[in-house]
Design a binder for this molecule. Structure first.
Ligand SMILES: [Zn+2]
Length: 82
């Protein structure tokens, strides 16, 4: 049974609820009966959205400069090889 994490938008109370996939999502906070939202965490949930990919692509040129995962080219006289 998957465990879902919820957070109350009214009182910030956070709690977990074990529910089956067929169960309805909880909607009210057990503390204040306010509105709660489900927190998706590490259950194979992928953060889909253009923002994520935007960030990813924006990072690429930076990571290429800061860290070089592949072996650097053999010592060349000019830093700009082709
Ligand atoms: Zn609450």
């Amino acid at each position: 049974m998957p465990t879902y994490q919820y957070a109350c938008t009214a009182c910030s109370h956070e709690f977990e609820a074990v529910q089956s996939f067929s169960d309805d999502s909880l909607t009210t906070c057990p503390e204040c009966e306010g509105e709660i939202r489900k927190i998706y965490s590490a259950v194979g949930v992928v953060f889909k959205g253009s923002g994520f990919y935007k960030t990813d692509s924006a990072k690429k040129p930076v990571s290429k400069e800061s860290s070089t995962p592949v072996a650097p080219a053999p010592a060349a006289p000019a830093p700009k090889a082709d």
